[in-house]
Design a protein around this ligand. Structure first.
Ligand SMILES: Nc1ncnc2c1ncn2[C@@H]1O[C@H](COP(=O)(O)OP(=O)(O)OP(=O)(O)O)[C@@H](O)[C@H]1O
Ligand SMILES: [Mg+2]
Length: 332
């Protein structure tokens, strides 16, 4: 893990005010008209710097994957901008996007499980080299795949095998190999270890960190797992119902979680977090539906400290300590 200063340094990825609303239709589909909108991402901003790991953490349905997919330009946002090296990726032509696609890669939970079982791993790994016209010669491509297989702790002979012949951990290494082969600047990792056993999780996380150091990679690391996000991230954004409610350097966030939601999230996890030494905060009720999100602060319906203002006004983020931001009326 390379700790980056967040000032005097241009971000690799700069996400500015993205919103993603999904239309909801009735049983007749679009014929019946739009019944409402799922506000999956609702005004999210953050930056990822060179060599840094930015963790996005939050409960299921908080909008983490939608944020990651928007930052990858896999889905178009309802509003907002995503700057990759100072260019808004949504303004780029197809041709201008091509080099960005090469440098901006994504790894999912189990990327190799959904592959065509009859295509050899080597051919899948070579694909980006063909798509981006990086190496024209088949032998050179194969050599490059051997090299990358070695980087992720696999062997050259694995080139000739089929996806089902690998364990979950090995498949995740192959997923990383495929992301790495085109020399990316940043990899968006969406729950890359969530499907793995804990011991295998730490191997893959160690590998991610090793590769980060070797190639000066930046990661946007998406997970619902507090221990994983704590271990790997330099800075963390905590998401709740489509918004980042708190953002801080990892140490500051775990030492002094400020948002009642962050405190509740941390206090529910066994471990030696400082939040544990406080009283355990049990949240009332379920996470509300993003189809009909609460007014004011998204968290007020479950917050033990909610005041009148929380029901009516959206809290703005404030810097409470260096690079430690919280959006909560309790701190105004
Ligand atoms: N294509 C879609 N159409 C409609 N609603 C969607 C779509 N994709 C996501 N959503 C909704 O948007 C919200 C956010 O989903 P998202 O997958 O981004 O959450 P997440 O934080 O990644 O959750 P998880 O931890 O379960 O992966 C959810 O309510 C989800 O149902
Ligand atoms: Mg997700």
């Amino acid at each position: 893990m390379t700790l980056q200063s967040t000032s005097g340094n241009e971000p690799i990825l700069d996400v500015q005010g993205i919103k993603k609303y999904f239309p909801v239709t009735g049983p007749l589909g679009r014929l019946g008209g739009i019944k409402g909108q799922v506000k999956a991402v609702n005004d999210v901003s953050f930056k990822v710097f060179k060599g840094e790991t930015y963790g996005l953490v939050g409960e299921s349905g908080s909008g983490k994957s939608t944020t990651g997919r928007t930052a990858m330009n896999l889905i178009k946002p309802t509003a907002g901008k995503v700057f990759y090296k100072n260019k808004n990726i949504f303004d780029l032509s197809k041709k201008e996007l091509r080099p960005v696609r090469k440098e901006l890669q994504m790894v999912f939970q189990d990327p190799f499980s959904s592959l065509n079982p009859r295509i050899r791993v080597g051919d899948t790994l070579e694909e980006p080299l063909v798509i981006h016209s990086l190496l024209a010669n088949k032998n050179e491509r194969r050599e490059r795949v051997f090299e990358i297989l070695d980087k992720v702790g696999m062997q050259a002979e694995h080139y000739y095998r089929f996806p089902h012949e690998f364990s979950g951990g090995q498949r995740q290494r192959l997923g990383l190999a495929r992301a790495l082969i085109s020399n990316p600047e940043i990899i968006i990792c969406d729950e890359p270890v969530s499907a793995l056993d804990v011991s295998i999780q730490s191997q893959v996380i160690n590998l991610l960190q090793q590769l980060q150091d070797e190639f000066q990679l930046s990661y946007l690391f998406i997970t619902h797992d507090i221990s994983v996000v704590r271990h790997i991230s330099d800075r963390i954004g905590v998401m709740y119902l489509g918004k980042i409610v708190e953002e801080a350097p990892t140490e500051s966030l775990f030492e002094t979680p400020l948002h009642p939601y962050t405190q509740a999230l941390f206090s529910a996890v066994p471990g030696k977090h400082r939040a544990q030494k406080r009283e355990r905060i049990v949240l009332k009720g379920e996470i509300p539906s993003p189809l009909n999100p609460p007014t004011g602060c998204m968290f007020h319906t479950r917050c033990p400290f909610a005041k009148d203002i929380c029901r009516t006004e959206i809290p703005q983020k404030r810097e409470m300590a260096p690079n430690h931001y919280v959006a909560c009326h309790l701190y105004e």
